[in-house]
Design a protein around this ligand. Structure first.
Ligand code: SF4
Length: 235
């Protein structure tokens, strides 16, 4: 289960309801070691905020038993500092997805009005721990922060503020993945059944894909504040 409730969640079928078996710390450690034996390049925890102590316990067992792979911590950036501090020295690569800058958008679309403050704190702490993203000689990411940002329709002003924050308050060398795959999903465009908007489509302002000019605008916003390291696979 994810710790956010994004109304547009692009994978709501697995993020918004419990699925899969419960596994204890020994079991998770065994899975990590099995992935290493099969030749995986890293161990990627996706939105582990609500089970951070259990992840630490599992990593301790796995490292004791020979885990050498980089550990990736992949989140929606809605992370408590107390959880991130538990990860200090254990996580090699942080991949926060910084979604919105304003409290209004965060309250309406993520159901978390304190998201912008929590995300700023989290990204600063992640960068303090591991710095800018670095690569092995053969091109695999091995340590640092990779910030993702999903471009949303009609919200380019928030994109600009997020990139300004990264450039001015984190690092101009921040590696950024600007994602253009947003499409209406989950609750977006569904009909409200109750309340004063009953019968109307919900979240109409984001009920479309971003257009090419918005994606180009996101890159321009990043470059204009000095960011220059982009995930070339999505250009
Ligand atoms: S953070 Fe990602 S997975 Fe979680 S609800 Fe939002 S879009 Fe879905």
């Amino acid at each position: 289960m994810c710790n956010l409730r994004c109304v547009f969640c692009q994978n709501w079928d697995i993020s918004q309801r419990g699925s899969g078996p419960e596994v204890d710390a020994e079991g998770i450690a065994g899975l990590m070691l099995s992935l290493q034996e099969r030749g995986c390049h890293n161990i990627n925890f996706v939105t582990p905020e609500h089970v951070a102590p259990q992840v630490v316990e599992a990593l301790a067992i796995a490292i004791e038993n020979g885990l050498k792979l980089p550990v990736v911590y992949n989140t929606g950036a809605y992370d408590a500092l107390s959880s991130l501090k538990l990860m200090d020295g254990l996580v090699d690569i942080y991949m926060p997805d910084f979604k919105f800058w304003s409290r209004q958008s965060s309250a309406r679309l993520l159901k978390a009005k304190d998201y912008p403050e929590r995300a700023r704190e989290a990204v600063r702490e992640m960068h303090r721990q591991v710095g800018d993203l670095t690569f092995t000689p053969d091109g695999l990411a091995c340590r640092g922060v990779l910030v993702r940002h999903l471009v949303m329709p009609g919200l380019l002003d928030e994109t600009q503020e997020i990139f300004r924050f990264l450039a001015e308050e984190v690092s101009r060398d921040t590696f950024v993945n600007i994602m253009g795959q947003y499409h209406p999903d989950h609750q977006v465009g569904t009909m409200a059944a109750t309340g004063r908007n009953a019968g109307s489509a919900r979240y109409v302002e984001i009920n479309r894909c971003p257009v090419g000019a918005e994606l180009e605008g996101a890159y321009e916003a990043a470059r204009s504040v000095g960011l220059w390291r982009f995930d070339q696979r999505v250009l």
